[in-house]
Structures are given as C-alpha cells and as structure tokens.
Write a protein that binds this ligand. Structure first.
Ligand code: GLP
Length: 258
C-alpha cells in the first residue's frame, strides 16, 4: 500500500486525474473503473482540464480506447434523471470528452429485474477483461461502491438496500431529504473491486479522517468494507491533509508522504 498525503483537495484531484490520464495513454487498455460522489467532482474537473490541453491526435487516441465501468447506480433512476449516477457521468466526463455513451458503462437503474441486471453488468465487465485501474471514493460508513457494512471481500455484484448512514450522506443531491434518496442500488461487489489490477482510493476532508484510519490500520473486517482493500497488492491512497489527520505520524515510515 502506498499512501500519499497532499496539501488539499485540489492537489489530490490533480494527482488522481494525472493517474487516470496516464492509464488511458498506456498500452494496458483494460477498462477503467470509475466512481461518483462529491470527491470525484474536482477529480473529473482536473481530468477535463488536462484532456483539453492535449493535442487533437492525443485526444482522439484516448477517445478511441476509452472503456469504463462505473461502480454503481441507484435503483429507479435512469440517465434522464439529473440525480442518477448515469447523468453525473454524462455531465462530468462522457459529454465533455466526446465519448459515445456506450463507452461509459453503468448498471441500468431502470432494469425491471435488478438482480438480473447486476449479473448482466458483471458479465459485460468480465467480457471486457475486468478492471485495470479502479478509482474509488470512501463512504462515511466505510463503504466502497455501495458495498454497505457488513460486507465481506467475496461479495459479488448485486442489488442491495442502502444504509441509513448512506441515505444521510447522499441526501444533499436530493434536496437534503434522506427519505428522497433511493433506498436500493446496484453495485459491483468487493469481489470485482478487489480483482482490479490497481486501485486508487481518493479521500478528502476531515469528515473521512476517522473512517480512513479504520480502513487502513484496523484488521480487515465486515464492518468497514474498505478495510478489505488492505489485502490488495497494488493499492494507492491519495489523501489531503485533513483526511489524513487521524493517520499516525509513524505511517510516514511505512508509506510515501509527499
Ligand atoms: C457514494 C458512492 C461511492 C462514493 C462514496 C463517497 O455513495 N456510492 O462510490 O465513493 O459514496 O461519496 P462522497 O465523495 O460524496 O463523499
């Protein structure tokens, strides 16, 4: 595991965007795994700025090779609903980068049979070769994707009920009303996340400091789903100073600190 502490959320976003772009320029063209949430807004903004500075042929090469699979989607929300993750991705990346909608995959929140859709989505990901670089945010209750606690490392792609903590965390996008947040979602499982070749966990803000400490330092357990990431051979964590506040100073011996 490599933990890099950077000054603030903007610097973290720039570093994360750089890694995403490097991945897309590389010869390893396995799909990217992408995430949503407020943490990713500055990351995708930084990615768009970097993309805009590339030459026409460089942009075209990235467009041609782009394949990404998002982690999750709310049940009952489709791309035409601005609160859906599909709409978020269309606005943040697919439209601005000039990608075809099919290049940016998400689970279909409007599928009639949501468990079947979770299986179909996993099959599509498997057929594409699985995830190369997986971008992750961190839920305030330790979830990754929508893998809510308790959750073991073998959890598969599925439809599940969201916790009260997650409904509260994500209420802002629903007029501040936790009851208005869809109560179910389709998510890739920890099994698929842990199968990625590389994982990039991005954490910013003091509200995540304690859960990040638990995720990185406590023995892996179902109550903190992100703690299973510790077992991944190529995990990089980018965190700002506020998010790293609960990490003990001696971590600097074990982890890179920039
Ligand atoms: C959401 C998403 C996660 C995201 C996390 C953090 O519910 N399902 O993929 O990483 O929670 O969200 P935020 O960045 O808004 O704190």
């Amino acid at each position: 595991m490599q933990v890099t502490v950077l000054a603030d959320a903007e610097v973290v976003a720039a570093a994360a965007a750089e890694r995403l772009l490097q991945d897309r320029r590389g010869s390893d063209q396995l799909p990217l795994g992408l995430a949503t949430g407020r943490t990713m807004v500055p990351v995708y903004a930084a990615l768009r700025r970097r993309f805009d500075r590339l030459s026409g042929p460089e942009q075209q090469a990235i467009r041609q090779g782009w394949r990404s699979f998002n982690l999750d989607e709310y049940l009952g929300l489709g791309p035409s609903d601005p609160r859906s993750f599909a709409a978020f991705m269309a606005e943040q990346l697919q439209g601005p980068l000039g990608l075809a909608p099919i290049q940016v995959q998400l689970p279909d929140g409007l599928a009639v049979d949501s468990q079947q859709e979770a299986g179909r989505y996993l099959e599509a990901l498997t057929a594409a070769g699985g995830i190369g670089l997986q971008l992750l945010g961190l839920g305030s209750n330790g979830h990754v994707g929508f893998n809510e606690p308790p959750c073991g490392p073998e959890a598969p792609s599925r439809c599940l009920a969201l916790s009260a903590a997650t409904l509260a965390q994500n209420a802002a996008a629903f007029g501040g009303d936790a009851a208005a947040v869809p109560h179910q979602a389709i998510t890739l499982g920890l099994a698929e996340i842990l199968s990625a070749e590389r994982i990039l966990l991005v954490v910013t803000g003091s509200a995540k400091a304690q859960i990040l400490r638990r995720a990185l330092l406590e023995p892996p357990c179902p109550q903190v789903p992100a703690s299973w990431l510790q077992g991944h051979p190529r995990l990089e964590v980018l965190v700002d100073g506020a998010g790293a506040a609960a990490l003990p100073p001696d971590l600097t011996c074990r982890f890179a600190k920039a």
